[in-house]
Design a protein around this ligand. Structure first.
Ligand SMILES: *Cc1c(COP(=O)(O)O)cnc(C)c1O
Length: 426
């Protein structure tokens, strides 16, 4: 797979290099530039998601590693698989909540962990600052992976108990630091380490953030898999924040997946819907909503989206439509799906269902596949507030209260953090 920087088409790397460096040296994002045609693969009928993932990845990543390596990675990473079920004759849910942290980010994190641990020859320390969800997906995915340690920084007292426990109950190679400060402090501490050449000479540090193309490519797999499972015209509706999941779907379409233009459901952070209606991009400070994982005012994958439109000489509006769904509409949708279908949905998924229904009411043809980005049981307070009933915790997150936790409290102090790294990993 050849990738270029979104800021310079002649800056080229292969997939392994793109995964290892995360961000291009000119500050751009890596973008897969090859023309790939998966239509033949999509016609075959493999038995499981694991085998399907292996088949598709063999096409995408040909020449990056041996077929045996790729098969082992696909089987190790995707021990969980997407589920699809029909809500009513016009809407299906693509359920991506069966992984370790019950949200779609498990797909990218799990693949990246398997890939890195297989090809990592010297010990590497992955630094992650988290406001809750990404850190837990990364920690769970890299737990016990050979030659890799994960250092997670989170703001003490500012993430939910369950998010904290998904990271701090692991131990071993997962090093959790509770920072006496904000999420921005955590991010600044990680950034300072990447800017410190002396530190980087003594410790091999890396990142696993959502900008990494190694997390995005595997997310294309579930769109392709879902497309195979349903006949006729379909349209995907994707609850979106940083726009990564949406761009992964656009890649799948570019590689031959047959579907209508996309629907992107945003929450009250309406940067993308405003851009599509005005053609002017204006980043905004993020605002807090019930769909917390989508509280993004300056979506990091916007640059990939624009580059994709430019490459294909297509206007952004021809590829995707978007709306902004309010908190009240989120609550109302959760309540309606519980009352009408007995179905608990998470606040993020609710934005997608709201949008899908609105489009169907306006006369949209065909079937809508809404991406269910997380398990409703991860957002029990909001769901209870909406419908008066509380969903069970996802099965994979039950029992965390009884496990011992490991975390170290530190101040929001860059020197103290570097000292910790040198002492433990230097
Ligand atoms: C991250 C996340 C989203 C948003 O996905 P993007 O790729 O950032 O657009 C939506 N829902 C849930 C549950 C998430 O964790």
């Amino acid at each position: 797979m050849n990738l270029c920087s979104t800021r310079n088409k002649s800056l080229r790397v292969n997939f392994s290099e793109a995964v290892a460096s995360g961000l291009a040296s000119d500050g751009g994002l890596f973008y897969p530039i090859d023309s790939i045609d998966l239509r033949r693969v999509l016609e075959s009928d493999p038995p499981s998601f694991q085998d399907f993932a292996f088949t598709v990845l063999s096409e995408l990543l040909a020449g990056e590693c041996t077929s045996e390596d790729l098969e082992a990675i696909a089987h190790e990473a995707f021990y969980f698989s997407p589920d699809m079920f029909t809500i009513h004759e016009r809407i299906s849910l693509l359920d991506l909540s069966t992984g370790k942290t019950a949200a779609f980010k498990d797909y990218g994190a799990s693949f990246l962990a398997s890939w890195m641990s297989r090809f990592q020859s010297d010990p590497v320390v992955i630094l992650t600052a988290t406001s809750g969800d990404t850190g837990s997906a990364v920690a769970q995915a890299f737990y016990n992976k050979r030659n890799i340690s994960v250092v997670v920084l989170f703001p003490e007292g500012k993430i939910s108990q369950i998010q904290e426990r998904q990271m701090t109950t692991l131990g071993d190679n997962i090093d959790c630091l509770a920072v006496n400060g904000s999420f921005d402090d955590c991010q600044a501490m990680v950034k300072a380490c990447f800017a410190d050449d002396q530190l980087r000479d003594s410790i091999h540090i890396s990142s696993a953030n959502s900008i990494n193309i190694g997390r995005l490519i595997p997310q294309s797999l579930y769109y392709l898999y879902a497309r195979k499972r349903i006949e006729g015209d379909i349209r995907f509706c994707v609850p979106s924040g940083n726009f990564g999941n949406m761009v992964a779907a656009m890649f799948a379409r570019q590689w031959g997946m047959d579907c209508d233009p996309f629907l992107a459901a945003c929450n009250e952070n309406d940067t993308i819907p405003s851009f599509l209606s005005s053609d002017t991009y204006a980043a905004k400070p993020s605002i807090e909503t019930y769909a917390t994982a989508m509280d993004v005012g300056n979506p990091s994958n916007f640059e990939r989206f624009m580059f994709l439109c430019e490459q294909r000489s297509i206007s952004p509006q021809k590829l995707v439509s978007a709306i902004s769904v309010t908190d009240d509409q989120i609550l109302e949708t959760i309540r309606r799906y519980y009352e009408m279908y007995g179905q608990f949905v998470c606040p993020h998924t609710a934005t997608g269902l709201y949008y899908a229904e609105q489009e169907l009411d306006k006369g949209l043809e065909g079937h809508v596949v809404c991406v269910s980005t997380a398990h409703a049981g991860k957002f029990r307070e909001t769901v209870h507030k909406a419908c008066g009933h509380t969903p069970d915790l996802p099965p994979q997150l039950q029992g965390l209260e009884d496990k011992p936790t490991h975390k170290k409290n530190i101040d929001a102090n860059i020197e103290q953090f570097k000292q910790h790294l040198r002492k433990r990993y230097g």
